[in-house]
Design a protein around this ligand. Sequence first.
Ligand code: NAI
Ligand code: MG
Length: 370
Amino acid sequence: NLSNMMKVAVVGGEGIGPEVTAQSQRVLNWFAVKRGVPMTLREAQYGIIPYLATGKVMPPDTVEAMEEADAILWGATGGPETKEVPAAARKAGSLLGLRSKYDLYANLRPIVAHPALSDSAPLKASVLTGVDFVIIRELTSGIYFGEPRGIETLADGQRRGFNTEQYTTDQIRRVVRAAFELARTRRNKVCSVDKANVLETSVVWREEVIALHAAEFSDVELTHMYVDNAAMQIVREPRQFDVMVTGNIFGDILSDCAAMASGSLGMLPSASLGPVDRFGRRKALYEPVHGSAPDIAGRGIANPLGSILSVAMMLRMTMNRPEDADLLEKAVASALSGGARTADIAEAGAKRLSTQEMGDAVLNALDNVA
Ligand code: NAI
Ligand code: MG
């Protein structure tokens, strides 16, 4: 039945993006073949390679693949500051532009501490045990998009860079709504993070959160935290959080910090969701939280689990296959407890798997747990 066939655009991108995405694509294929999940995959290029061939980092074929897709599996963008891609060409096909184009306002970043990783994690096992929370980062507004912005030269010859932090009622309410709704499916707790003691945007943010909570979500336990304290609490006692919701820049920084509660940045998946249309569908982009990691790109040693776990999020949120999502998460946990380790999560002296071998370990685990 073609109508329930989910279309997935697979865009590896740059740096370690294509390396990790190759493994998550194998996992997607496994679910199509072994579990009959109805999907078609369309690979498309992004970044320096299509730029050199066509002059565009995001060529028309890629735009079309993403346009028709229900879900985009994205790798990474960015790399060493080469002169090869001029800033304007980069900007014309940027990831920020994509988030904006599809109005992908809700960025979900689950942080789970796998017991098997407690020996190699930067935080103590006693801090990590039982950590399981989700950061929801607003992704289409705030200081990354606010106008005016620019760099100007002042009368005295100094340069001045400036950006604008801003949030409107609607922008706050829709992402906070997503947080309350998600909390109801979990431990029913939302922590809203802002800087309301200093920033007007945060004053509006906090007041809107309180109003929405009172009007529609008073059954959910709500707390507020200043962002600097939140950074500290994520390291001190990450177990206290269930769903954390915050603006664009705070969410960007806090989620890299929270990555340490899962052992490695390479472990973290994410989903970026757009508005629900009148057919009940929503555009979604799934990607690991990490970037293109130029320091290790091309060596086949990157951890593919952030990308693979993004496939679990896709199965759950776009394909409505919660059992298959659980299956994949179990397979990853089983591969880890079986000792599978890429370099970033390996203890000193332990055997280090390549990116491809970690993909093998997850596929083997899938065959065993299925
Ligand atoms: P990064 O996330 O690429 O790397 C940070 C550190 O984590 C590096 O030491 C890297 O080796 C390590 N790391 C990241 N992913 C890993 C993985 N899967 N396995 C093992 N180790 C991993 O961030 P960085 O270095 O700040 O940025 C590099 C480039 O990526 C920049 O051009 C940046 O703009 C871009 N970027 C792109 C993102 C995206 O495509 N969504 C997100 C973040 C950064
Ligand atoms: Mg970031």
